[in-house]
Design a protein around this ligand. Sequence first.
Ligand code: F6R
Length: 617
Amino acid sequence: MCGIVGYVGPRPSQAILLAGLARLEYRGYDSAGIAVIDGDGDLGMRKRAGKLGVLRDDLEATALADGTTGIGHTRWATHGGPTDDNAHPHLADDDRLAVIHNGIIENFSELKSELVAAGCTFHSETDTEVAAVLLGRAYRDAEGDLTEAFRRVVGRLEGAFTLLAMHEDHPGLVVGARRNSPLVIGLGKDENFLGSDVAAFVEHTRSALAIGQDQIVAITPQAVTVTDFAGQAVDVEPFEVTWDASAADKGGWSSFMAKEIAEEPEAVRNTLLGRIHDAGVVIGELEPLDDAFTRISRVIVVACGTAAYAGAVGKYAIEQWARVPVDVELAHEFRYRDPVIGPDTLVVSISQSGETMDTLMAVKYARERGARTVSICNTQGATIPRESDAIVYTHAGPEVAVASTKAFVAQITALYLFAMHVGRVRGELDAAASAGLVAELEAVPEKISTIIEREQTRIEQLAHWMTDTRSVLFLGRHVGYPIAMEGALKLKELAYIHAEGFAAGELKHGPIALIEPGQPVIVIVPSPRESALLHAKVVSNIEEIRARGARVIAIAEEGDAAVLPKADEVLRIPLAGPLFEPLLAVVPLHIFAMALSTSKGLDVDQPRNLAKSVTVE
Ligand code: F6R
């Protein structure tokens, strides 16, 4: 899973490519490279292991001749470690053809053996170089027609790929192909762009085209031509990017994550926009499925990581408001166990990027078996929504930090809107109930802002004191349980600390053995007003762990006096209905994980071994 960018036009391409790669670095950041056809028509290339900064420094130290046609790549290693040689681009046809790739070519070793037997030599361990060499040979067979060469090669490749290539013989031309990996076109004036997503070119144009599966695109400064793999012209969907480049910049914040947590109120607010009518929820994008909603007998939510925890929160709302049973499945487990799916099944996928391969494959699998599919997604033009029957976009804006924060609250918001829409259509949610829920949802952004204002400094202090902590446990019940899991995941990935989220009731069935004096435990306490029984149970769980020496940090509603004497620290959240507490309780957890990572001196935006968009299975 990598970021790719291509440019043709009148301007020097290196700065455009490097700026595009900087915005795509969330997709992978273990090596980077660019290739450019210079003013003399020669193809030059530079690539380096390490983050984009290493490549930039290298180019500053020793310039590469610039030109107006170029491609660039930022890598997340799959085949072959993160070395200079394995970085992209890869060259072929006597170094006159440059190729970059996102995805995995599953049959690369068979193809490589065949090419080695035919006398070809390789300079890297990557699957990409195999595609480059194949393309070089096909180019010669196709007598110098690069698009035709692509057509001949794509049929031989199995797996997922977006490939971009350019050839010294054709300055002013970049050709790309996609299968199960993202690629979008940016339309400029006398210039055109290609990118893994619109962030690659949004500072130059907001006018874009989404390319479908199994399609090939050729861009020149004046033209964009899209064909299918058989060479037939196809129509492509134009769309307008609704955010600008400044939304993807840090804008003075210490990190993208700090900015994105601060944007959590806005992410919720924007996701509600245009969907509330007369105190009820109507999602226009879902209306074509209204008839199907009345006939479904179950919902399966498929997602990974944080998005799956959002799904686990959403389950409570869908079951309660739409009265339909919900299972939440990790997308990568879903299709390997022969699940029972039929036309009465609705599969709801959740994905910030819209490109997570595990989730995409689960959606395709469900569709092939007759299920209806709804995508909850944050990225316009992404693959998963395009493969689904209906889309509910979360309007969280671009999320750049690798770990998801504002998208999580937007996903829960979208799931709640979805639950209310389906509940209304199924006759399960009347206008009065709906109005109450809408009022609760509309109040959430303000409440999140209050938490950030009141608690951020104290949470940062707490995190600072805990810099040397080696393990943190998280406990929750009911909707607090997925929030405990989310808190633990964020801490693992950002602060590299062992962390586990448990259902509080599960403690006595085993995990309580982990409690020893000084063990920090963060407990999400339900409201005593709204759920007295659950509240009492969680308070008694706190007593159990306190008795064994745990250091308890409670996240509790304002005015919950019962929790005060039991906890070492209490972080307060404003009053909310039981299903709306997760949208508040998660905020201190996001801040805590970010603060602990920062106090350990770690890279909070780009944690080790991870990438933002996981486009491999
Ligand atoms: C964790 C995180 C990941 C993603 C997961 C799914 O902070 O960001 O767990 O939630 O990889 O990604 P999307 O939502 O893009 O499908």
